[in-house]
Design a protein around this ligand. Structure first.
Ligand SMILES: [Cu+2]
Length: 146
């Protein structure tokens, strides 16, 4: 009886782990010459995103333009970073040497409502300075998902 219970619990645990692995998806953002390919990426909370082909580029999150409680990220020059983003919301990032060329992007994690999006746009308009304003073009193209 006791053994049967333990086996059932083990099977449940294994099944749950397999399901959560299957639900997390992998995404790629590839650096082109002066632009991120897939500059507006939508992904689920807990999904993974890998920046590839980052020779002579970096990916750095923009202060104040990631969700509350989310960890900022900053790849070194040439570093192909990989991130698992668990906290829903919008993450703005730039390639520092090419920001003036508009090499910037946004990642939308989880669902975003029209109200959340409007608040994010307003914050971007109010706080982004200089070349960081290149992000506005991408932010204005984000579509609400709920
Ligand atoms: Cu770059």
């Amino acid at each position: 009886m006791k053994i049967k219970k333990i086996i059932m619990m083990a099977i449940t645990t294994i099944t749950l782990s397999i399901c959560s692995l299957a639900n997390a998806a992998d995404h790629t953002i590839k650096a082109g010459a002066r632009a991120f390919e897939t500059p507006i990426l939508y992904m689920g909370a807990g999904d993974k995103v890998a920046f590839t082909n980052m020779n002579s580029h970096n990916a750095v999150s923009v202060e104040g333009m990631i969700p509350d409680g989310a960890k900022p990220f900053a790849g070194a020059m040439g570093e192909n970073i990989s991130l698992t983003l668990d906290i829903p919301g919008i993450y703005s990032y730039v390639c520092q040497p090419h920001i003036g060329f508009g090499m910037v992007g946004v990642i939308v994690v989880g669902d975003i409502s029209a109200d959340d999006l409007a608040a994010y746009k307003q914050k971007a308009m109010d706080t982004l300075q200089g070349p960081y304003r290149r992000l506005l073009g991408k932010i204005n193209k984000i579509k609400p998902t709920i």
